[in-house]
Structures are given as structure tokens and as C-alpha cells.
Write a protein that binds this ligand. Sequence first.
Ligand SMILES: *[C@@H]1O[C@H](CO)[C@@H](O)[C@H](O)[C@H]1NC(C)=O
Ligand SMILES: [Zn+2]
Length: 316
Amino acid sequence: MAASARPSVVPQKDLESFQEHLDKSTRILALIGAGLSASSGLPTFRGAGGLWRTHDATQLATPEAFGRDPGLVWQFYSYRRHMALKAKPNPAHYALAELARKKEDFITLSQNVDGLSPRAKHPPDQLKLLHGSLFDVKCSDFFCNYVESNNYTDPIVPALAIPTDESDPTTTSALAARELDISDINVDLPELTFSHLPRCPKCKRGLLRPGVVWFGEQLPAKVMRDIEEWMVGGDKIDLIMVIGTSARVYPAAGYVDAARAKGARVAIVNMDKNDVPASGLYKGDWFFEGDAAQIMPEILKGVIGELGDMPDAAEE
Ligand SMILES: *[C@@H]1O[C@H](CO)[C@@H](O)[C@H](O)[C@H]1NC(C)=O
Ligand SMILES: [Zn+2]
């Protein structure tokens, strides 16, 4: 072994049996969640920092909140877009993107809205964004169907720049505010009106809104249809990988059960060794405990090889 090779983070026996199975698998599913982004240093939805500590995120992520105060909701999403752009896709995102290029009947279902898989150039047809994306914008007008994907412009309109203490832009608090890591800063969010917010270029009437699924909204119909078609589109499923998400809650639990019913073996990658499916682990399943950013490139290596360049679509 070369001196530069990283030490293995998974037991050799599991690694071998997984790689052997992966090698001969054709129909493969991955389900990814917040744990994958945590490896990129991105705080979870409810862990929003800065000014947003005093707001309840779940109260801002609704169509009603947007109807009431679109300026406030956009400020919250502008902050989340900014934070997501500061994070970078990690080796697990790149490894899954590469696996998608190597195995054409592999799809990834993502619960993340942070844009990290698209930025890692995950083939778009093989990536199903269950909750939409912070970097999709769509028209909020009921009668308009305008949608734009992968818009990484930050801020999306000038009025949505992250507020700082402009009275003294050199103070530590202003700098920290810009980094959004502290809560006790002395700046107020400016009141925004309709005219400050991004408008739909198609109907010229509606406000644009973040293309994420809000509380009380349906999961995107096309995505759900694609997944359904894929699930029934073959006699069996060889493998489901559950990465950085709890296999106990909807929708992960449902997909694990459905895949198992079609013969899939289950591989879980999670920091928490107690996070096993509600139905337990079966003989032939794998549990890889630890950081997905380390584990994924290692367990997929037999198919994807060593990770090479890691381009970031947001920087192009
Ligand atoms: C993103 O959306 C904003 C608002 O509609 C628009 O002004 C900007 O040009 C878009 N960025 C890209 C790269 O298309
Ligand atoms: Zn419109």
C-alpha cells in the first residue's frame, strides 16, 4: 500500500462483501439527507444562526408566511442560500455523482435543498430532489409555471444582500455578522417591499419564490412520479444506500421497505450507530458507522476509482 493511502475507516470484511455486491448490482438506490451536508460544515435547517436564531424556521417555511411577509421569508432564504454557497460539496457528493456516471440505473433521492449534489455535477436525471432546491426559483403566481434551476446568484437581488452593521463596517461584530455566526449583533433586517424582491420574468406579475417544498405543500409531482416509475420499472432492486439520514422516518423508512421487498440489500452510512431501520438490520445488510465524506469514496472505490478533480458548478 502506498504511503499516501488513507487508512481504511471501515472493517475490511464489510468493505469486501459490499464491494463485491456493488460490483454486480445494476439497479441501485441512494437516499441522502442532512448528515451528508453536515460533513460539508453546513448547519441543519433548524440550526440557522445569526439573526435567524430568534425566528422559528418552521414558521418561515410556509406558503402563508410568504403570502404575509415575502420580504422576511426571502431574507431567510437569502441567508440560507448564502450559507449553502459558502459550503462546498464533499467527497461523498462527488463519489455518488461518479457512481451515477458508472451505473446508469442508479438514482439518488435527496432530502437536501442545499445544492451540493448539483454543484458536484451529479447527473441531473439521476438526482431526485424530494424537497426542491434553494437554488431553484419559481413563480409564486398560481397560474404561472415559470421555474429556473441552479441559479447561484448571491444575493439574488441587491436588496437581499446579508445585512451588516453599516455604521462601522470594520468592527468585529460587523465582520462576524457578515459571516453570520453570531446572534448578538446590532443590525435590523430592512423592511422589504414588493419592489425589492425578485419578479417573474415570464408573467411579470408574480414574485419569484424559493423552489423548496414548504410545510403544508406536496412533494414535487414530477419527482414523485419519476421515483414511482423507477421503483416499478424492473423486477428487482439490488441495493439501497441510506446515507446521512435516519432510516426510521418517512420517507426513508418507506423506501427502505419498498426496496427490500424487491430484494435489495441495505447499506447504511451514518454517524449514529443506533440509527437503524425500524424493521432492524437483516442478515446481509451493512452498517458503516462514521463520516460519509470519508466512507463513501472508500466503499465505492471499486467502481468509481480514486476521486479526481472536484469541480464546483457554482464557481463556473
Ligand atoms: C437569478 O435570478 C435573478 C432574479 O430573477 C436574476 O436576476 C439573475 O440573473 C439569475 N441568475 C442567473 C445566473 O441566471
Ligand atoms: Zn410568473
